[in-house]
Write a new protein. Structure first.
Length: 200
């Protein structure tokens, strides 16, 4: 195993029963370990609460106090440490935090990608936007799986609230792997290696 594969990644705003618990070299910040205590010394996978930002606000529970501010804090940590931030597709956080939308040019090393969590085994499509910082696109390979989305609404309604919110084990492992490719997160030679990788 290479040093990069052993590199610690911090997962911010995970759930208590998250699949990230138990992963090797992964620090998990959940409801019992306030994400804001993260010292900012590793690449991150951030799952900021989406209730304040969902494009389907009428279907979401009212945001808890501080959730909006926590999302902005996660964006700041992404820019500081590198890694990946996850939100439901069409999240209003992207505009509010000046993050590029999927398909738009990168801004200062930040770029975004639209995916479906069904590519990693989720039972429904679950359209998702991912935002990367200091992770070159060449390092991001998605397991694209062509599948008909018909029937998603019925499958979604049959899922429990917990399963709707959960990240599939395969996607969680993939997100951690991608975050480890970041050229920041406490590495002093990050910019040099980013330039080297870009020339490949």
């Amino acid at each position: 195993m290479t040093n990069r594969q052993k590199r610690t990644v911090s997962v911010l705003c995970a759930s208590r029963d998250s699949i990230y618990h138990g992963m090797e070299n992964v620090e998990v910040y959940d409801e019992d370990r306030d994400a804001r205590t993260f010292p900012g010394n590793t690449p991150i996978v951030a799952h900021p609460p989406c209730r304040a930002w969902s494009a389907f606000c009428s279907q979401q529970a009212k945001p808890a106090e501080g959730e909006r501010e926590l999302a902005f804090w996660c964006v700041d940590m992404l820019r500081r440490c590198g890694g990946v931030l996850e939100q439901p597709a069409h999240s209003r956080l992207f505009e509010a935090a000046s993050l590029p939308l999927p398909g738009e040019p990168a801004r200062d090393g930040v770029w975004s990608l639209a995916v479906k969590q069904s590519w990693w085994g989720h039972p429904v499509s679950k359209r998702t936007w991912l935002c990367f910082f200091h992770v070159p696109p060449i390092c991001v390979e998605t397991p694209f799986v062509l599948r008909c989305d018909r029937g998603d609404c019925k499958r979604w309604n049959r899922l429990s609230k917990r399963k709707r919110a959960a990240t599939s084990p395969r996607m969680a492992r993939w997100l951690v792997h991608v975050a480890r490719q970041s050229f920041s997160g406490g590495t002093s030679d990050g910019h040099e290696r980013l330039e080297q990788r870009s020339r490949l």
